[in-house]
Design a protein around this ligand. Structure first.
Ligand SMILES: *Cc1c(COP(=O)(O)O)cnc(C)c1O
Length: 399
């Protein structure tokens, strides 16, 4: 069999298994409603555009100005000649926003996570990771293990007794640096990490806490500063990684924030910093405008919280059983992967875009459609989506 024929055969199997993902092309900006696949007005309930900033005029204008001021590309990695003044401004704004002393941007949060673990840890160190952490953390840890021979441990999802057990073992083994790494908001379940307990345990066992706040930055807390603000713990988290590709304008990019020397340390040693281009200035400028937008308009965060609460309550009233929670990630569990994909297709026929997720993104038998609510949604948008859920749910015998 040729290489191409082998790929074709595997793709055919994905289709037979009902797990093949068809791409849906947008023909207009990411927004509460978008042009998709020739349809004029699809309600988007599957985007990370939590604050509606992807197409906010100030965010777009900042990118255009930066294109004129700095040109299209950085043409270099940061430490050679790819550092622009807009990077400095953005990194100062991000550190302030998430309650840390310094921050450093990467071209993605995936890169930020990979650039963190392997840089901080060595052979005598251990990273202790929540079982449901995002793939970028899992792969960052795998990579660090290969590069640095660091120790690794995984604790059951949000199980504090198990985390303590892993910390106790690490202490008994005389691990030098103990790094606890968790998502702030778990993307497939929509639940929030137990940060108060995690930080208490970290203090008890002299560990460092890293939180990937990609689904929490701009989302949680009264002013959108993330999971730390949600728990009244701004300034108490040692390291925060996050994305610029979700609530903060949604273009691309990520960052790592922490104590004052952290950004400089990563600048010196983190391999994706040293060997991969800096964040494009247009993207940096849009992200900076997004941070300023949230700081000036905290009411957009309030609207997001209200929309999430409304949508969750109405789904329950219709007879659906979304996973309980307080974030704008609202998963409806359906079981088999094919069922989730079928529901997603029927909803799109009704003008509502919600992605179905199955194995291997979620465990076997826990396939789901995952709704993500945005501050950009009006009540009309949400009511239209709820009416579609009602019809499709009845058609599939779910209600
Ligand atoms: C989305 C996400 C990422 C990836 O962010 P990018 O900037 O797109 O690489 C990383 N971590 C978590 C927890 C995420 O949800």
């Amino acid at each position: 069999m040729t290489f191409a024929a082998r790929l074709d055969a595997e793709l055919a199997q994905f289709r037979r298994d009902g797990v093949y993902k068809r791409l849906n092309y947008l023909e207009s900006p990411q927004a509460a409603r978008a042009k998709m696949e020739g349809r004029g007005d699809v309600v988007i309930l599957s985007s990370n555009n939590y604050l509606g900033l992807c197409n906010a005029p100030d965010v777009v204008a900042a990118g255009k100005r930066a294109l004129d001021q700095f040109g299209a590309g950085t043409g270099s990695v940061r430490f050679i000649c790819g550092t622009f003044t807009v990077h400095r401004e953005l990194e100062a704004a991000l550190a302030r926003f998430v309650g840390c002393e310094s921050s450093l941007t990467y071209v993605s949060c995936w890169n930020a996570n990979e650039g963190l673990v392997a840089t901080l840890l060595g052979e005598q160190d251990i990273v202790i990771s929540d079982q449901l952490n995002h793939a970028s953390i899992i792969d960052a840890i795998r990579l660090a293990k290969v590069i640095t021979k660091c120790q690794t441990a995984v604790y059951r999802h949000s199980d504090m007794a198990d985390l303590e057990e892993k910390l106790r073992s690490a202490q008994a083994a005389n691990a030098r640096l103990k790094l606890i790494f968790t998502d702030g908001v778990f993307s497939m379940e929509g639940d929030i990490a137990k940060l108060p307990d995690i930080v208490t345990l970290a203090r008890k066992y002299d560990a460092v806490v890293a939180v990937d706040d990609s689904h929490a930055t701009g989302v949680l807390g009264r002013s959108g500063r993330g999971s730390a603000e949600h728990f009244g713990m701004l300034g108490d988290i040692d390291i925060i990684t996050s994305t610029l590709g979700k609530a903060l304008g949604g273009a691309a990019g990520g960052f790592t924030a922490g104590p004052a020397p952290l950004a400089d340390y990563l600048t010196q040693r983190s391999r994706p910093q040293l060997f991969s281009n800096a964040l494009p200035p247009t993207v940096a400028a849009s992200a900076l405008a997004a941070v300023q937008h949230v700081e000036r308009h905290p009411e957009v965060v309030t609207r997001l919280h209200e929309n999430a609460r409304y949508f969750r309550e109405r789904l329950l009233a219709l007879g659906f059983k979304p996973l309980p929670g307080e974030t704008p990630i609202i998963p409806v569990i359906l079981g088999e992967t094919a069922k989730a994909i079928r529901m997603s297709e029927l909803l799109l026929d009704e003008g509502v875009f919600v992605t179905g997720f199955g194995y291997p993104v979620v465990p076997q038998g826990h396939a789901r459609v995952r709704c993500q609510v945005s501050a950009a949604h009006t009540r009309d948008d949400l009511d239209l989506a709820l009416a579609a859920f009602k019809r499709v749910g009845a058609k599939l015998g779910l209600l």
